[in-house]
Design a protein around this ligand. Structure first.
Ligand SMILES: *Cc1c(COP(=O)(O)O)cnc(C)c1O
Length: 217
């Protein structure tokens, strides 16, 4: 099946209430356009440099998500390129994004990435540090906190991720009570999005199931 067909099938399965972010990292602009022309409204990239090369030649209106770890030295181009930065995980990074956004007169939408499974090799704030980071982001004039993001561990049985997704949804609901525009719970990728959606994800980030396996050269 083509990327367009794959996209349409997953979109039909998810319906209109869930934002399907087509993850286009490591794929060329042609394939990105194919997905957008098939109805993709949201695309995700994990590297600033790659996005900076591809976005200017895209010639399509689309909401652009940064889903990968962001280094502070890439923050300036990132705030110019992305509508939503999903990977805020430290005060240091949040402060840099705030400053760069302020300098171009932008209010930057962000998600806080949570390392819910406490995986040492993964980015994301630990749960015990989340409240502090939320307070920091809330106080930053040029940041608007839109929700939470989580990357589940890659377990052989996706059912084993279900409790983690459920825990994140509970946390999201608790935080949502007292805040405006806190709308997005981003979790679920190709191998686990069905379970993530069953447990309350409203943003999923899908690459492989749309575009096939990525080849890295
Ligand atoms: C690559 C990536 C995805 C998409 O992964 P697939 O398994 O190809 O669907 C989702 N989220 C993040 C943060 C990624 O880096």
């Amino acid at each position: 099946m083509s990327a367009a067909e794959n996209f349409r099938a997953i979109k039909a399965e998810l319906g209109d209430k869930i934002i399907l972010v087509a993850v286009t990292k490591n794929h060329g602009v042609e394939l990105m356009r194919e997905a957008i022309d098939a109805g993709a409204t949201d695309i995700g990239e994990n590297r600033v440099q790659e996005a900076a090369e591809k976005f200017p030649t895209l010639n399509r209106q689309v909401t652009r998500h940064l889903i990968g770890h962001l280094q502070t030295n890439k923050v300036k181009p990132a705030v110019k390129l992305f509508d939503l930065i999903q990977s805020v995980d430290s005060e240091h990074l949040a402060a840099a994004i705030d400053k760069a956004s302020s300098s171009i007169g932008k209010i930057q939408d962000v998600l806080i990435q949570v390392n819910a499974a406490r995986e040492p090799q993964k980015s994301g704030v630990m749960l015990e540090d989340l409240e502090r980071l939320i307070n920091f982001v809330d106080s930053a004039k040029n940041l608007r906190l839109r929700g939470l993001m989580m990357i589940a561990p890659n377990l052989p049985d996706v059912e084993d991720c279900r409790p983690l997704f459920r825990q994140m949804r509970k946390l999201f609901d608790e935080l949502k009570v007292s805040r405006e525009a806190f709308d997005y719970l981003s979790m679920g990728m190709t191998h686990d999005y069905k379970v993530a959606v069953e447990e309350g994800a409203n943003v999923v980030r899908i690459g492989t199931a749309i575009f096939g396996e990525r080849t890295y050269t």
